[in-house]
Design a protein around this ligand. Sequence first.
Ligand code: PMP
Length: 397
Amino acid sequence: NSLFHNAEFVPPDAIFDVTRRYLADSNRDKVNLGQGTYRDENGQPWVLPSVRMAKEEIGDCGHEYLPIAGLKSFRDEAVRLALRGTEAHEDGRVATCQALSGTGALLLAGLALKKADARITTVYITEPTWSNHHLLFSSLGFQVVSVPYYKDGAFDFESYMNGLREADSTSAVVLHACAHNPTGCDPSRDQWKQIGKLVQEKGIFPIFDSAYLGFNSGSVDEDAWAIRFFVDVLKLEASICLSFAKSMGLYGERIGLVSFVTRSAETARIMSSILENVQRATVSNPPAYGARIAATVLSTPAIAEQWSKDLITMSGRIKSMRHKLFNELMSLQTPGDWSHLINQTGMFGYTGISPSQVAYLEKKHHVYMADTSRISIAGLNESNVTYFARALDDAVR
Ligand code: PMP
């Protein structure tokens, strides 16, 4: 008898399976709107010009280990990016550690909360949310509670606030800093203020999942508004988890940062030691090359300037594809209200079609997307947007 005779097969992650089916399809009209990876106007992966410049600057950098907490210049630049101008940053009250992209940052945040004996037992997430939130925090032993977030093409503020009112000081809440995945619906600034007040009153610990800073609007400062409001106006302790996968196109390099904003430089020092300890126990050393690229982009003025342009190129192309798709559906007189497509923000569009319509699109039209009805707008371009609009029109009639 095998030791594993009780083991049960775990189905593959749904979105990676969509990519697998897309790659296996030989139809030349096929469209991939599944995985959230940026594509240029030719449907190809895009190496950012700023990243190319940084790679040239770095040259051959060898293959030695980084320190456990990661590349210091990367940590300093990344935390400055998220928190520049805040008192916490100026006072040195922020613990940081390089992480394996946004996922690794959330992992280290969860592990550090445990190790710090922060008495947090429950993590509140949104329903729907990024598919990994539940898996990640429940795997760490937290109780995970889903709070309704979306109704009729928009953020369901009232239900969300009602759900969050159940949380207390034994709870953490995962907040999408901008570009909510998968709905593309963010709170307004006024709604953020009310969420912040509630989080403050209840003593809930905020974890900002910030996978799209700069990628959403084209401006990091604009996209970091909620984070800075919580940290600098409400003076809250918080964890900020950054990913450079989307904003620098460094998907495979796994470059991210976990940070804890604390009340004092001494607490930050203690939280840094804890982050280093949980990093050691899990990945030991974070990857060096991507950290060097990101640090070089952020710290070299001419390259940083190019990066600002790259962010505008990516976010601008996505916005223009939203409008193009919307206009195509209008001219086809596709049944239904599609205004949510242009009101949503970020990489994803939540179409609201049914799972059977999603399945029909794949089978009949070779269009691949998440069965939640989410599409990655970045997968659209001038050559396929009309094809997709016609396919969608056919699916909903
Ligand atoms: N959080 C959210 C909300 C995301 O959308 C993503 C990327 N899909 C991540 C975290 C982390 O991705 P990565 O680990 O590739 O940075």
